[in-house]
Design a protein around this ligand. Structure first.
Ligand SMILES: *Cc1c(COP(=O)(O)O)cnc(C)c1O
Length: 417
């Protein structure tokens, strides 16, 4: 059993009033709050340990280096990577995906270089994504293929927000070089059948990138069981500081991909004529990393590991189901995303009411939700709506908060009609 009251004592930010009302924070898919232990870990680092890593022979530098590499090992264990060198620290999901798009672009164009106007090249630069992607997992690939007159293949979804797996299979036959899909949609909450989709892509020898930004805080991840080639995530959506995140890649893939950024630490030897690159994982970590945040990420992982994660999943499912059930009582509500397999959040609109107006009114009642397109404009286009209201849950939320939220929505709907 989770003791939510005890857990909430770790999150001081939740214990405040806005506009004279207790804060109900339901914008966790945008960023989660940080427990005291994470904040203190980062503070401690700057108070007692701050130092640049990998560079000094002196005591503090060695200590910081050890702590940073320990954090890498903790991340590896957390997602069941085979080796710590398969974990690259990045600023977050967005940077991880840009790293991959850039590295794949260079790998593919080096591999099969043909003149720009050659028709063969056009068939080479294809990437497959899905209709539910966050802009972060769409725009980097789109820009990459467009630079080479290539093609972005997009797996369609139905009106419940479920991907069309038959179409997916057909598109795999068109020969994309990479498949990149969200584990869980940040707008619809759909949990995609990624294990199946990864296995299908592997039948065609296509590597698969999983955008785990919305899954890692909610569900245990085992990258070896999934057999994904890459898995990317952000620390700040899993109770860790902003400015840190990760990229898992199978060692054989990371060895093959060329570096993304160049600078200190990622090199082996440098002369004016030639540079050779460092081994994994340093090859992909140019410049001074965010050491303090990496240590905060490690502490966030330990915070999660100290909880009964099965109980966390059950608690969050209960919050979601209770929200859906109470919201269903509202006339003319339309849920955006009604997949059977869903997690973490509920998105909706109410006929005749702009999501922004609804969000603004319930904000005055102390309830923080997100309104808008949630960095997924093509999803809004599919449903022909300007945006949604999205409530997203974290382990510190309570059933009482869900009730305050749904009552606020009901009241606001009455006021606006
Ligand atoms: C938040 C999010 C991203 C982007 O993450 P950043 O932390 O902003 O880099 C990408 N994909 C999904 C599904 C997300 O929810």
């Amino acid at each position: 059993m989770l003791n939510i009251n005890d857990i909430r004592k770790q999150f001081h930010v939740l214990d405040q009033q806005v506009y004279g009302k207790p804060l109900v924070y339901l914008d966790n898919a945008a960023t989660t709050q940080k427990p005291l232990c994470v904040i203190e870990r980062e503070r401690d680092y700057y108070l007692h340990e701050n130092c640049n890593i990998h560079r000094g022979v002196h005591y503090l530098s060695q200590k910081a280096t050890e702590a940073y590499e320990h954090a890498r090992q903790t991340v590896a264990n957390f997602i069941h990577a085979k080796e710590a060198k398969e974990i690259i620290f990045t600023r977050g999901t967005t940077e991880s995906l840009n790293l991959l798009a850039t590295a794949f672009e260079h790998l593919i164009s080096l591999d099969c270089f043909v003149p720009r106007n050659d028709a063969k090249r056009q068939t080479e630069m294809k990437v497959l994504v899905t209709a539910i992607e966050h802009h972060s997992n769409l725009v980097p690939w789109q820009q990459m293929v467009q630079r080479h007159q290539g093609q972005l293949l997009v797996v369609p979804m139905d009106d419940k927000g479920v991907l069309d797996i038959e179409q997916y299979e057909k598109m795999l036959k068109e020969g994309p070089k990479v498949v990149s899909i969200a584990h869980i949609s940040n707008v619809l909450g759909t949990i995609n059948p990624i294990k199946q989709m990864i296995a299908m892509a592997h039948q065609y020898d296509i590597p698969v990138v999983i955008d785990g930004a919305q899954s890692i805080a909610h569900h245990p991840i085992d990258v070896q069981d999934l057999d994904c080639d890459f898995f990317v995530f952000s620390g700040h959506k899993m109770y860790a500081p902003m400015g840190i995140g990760g990229l898992y890649g199978k060692a054989e893939w990371l060895e093959k991909l060329p570096p993304y950024q160049f600078g200190g630490e990622m090199v082996d030897t440098v002369s004016f004529e030639k540079t050779t690159f460092n081994v994994l994982p340093y090859k992909f970590e140019a410049g001074t990393p965010n050491v303090g945040a990496a240590l905060g990420l490690e502490t966030a992982i330990q915070f999660l590991q100290n909880l009964d994660r099965k109980a966390v999943e059950e608690h969050e499912t209960q919050l979601l189901q209770s929200a859906i059930q109470q919201l269903s009582e509202i006339d003319d509500i339309r849920f955006i995303g009604e997949a059977e397999q869903r997690s973490g959040l509920v998105s909706f609109i109410i006929d005749g009411i702009h999501p922004y107006d609804l969000g603004t009114i319930i904000d005055k009642m102390g309830v923080a939700v997100r309104t808008g397109h949630h960095c997924a404009e093509p999803v809004m286009t599919h449903f022909d709506i300007p945006g949604t209201v999205r409530a997203s849950f974290a382990l510190y939320n309570t059933l009482e908060e869900v009730e305050i939220f749904t009552k606020a929505v009901k009241k606001a709907a009455m006021m606006l009609r």
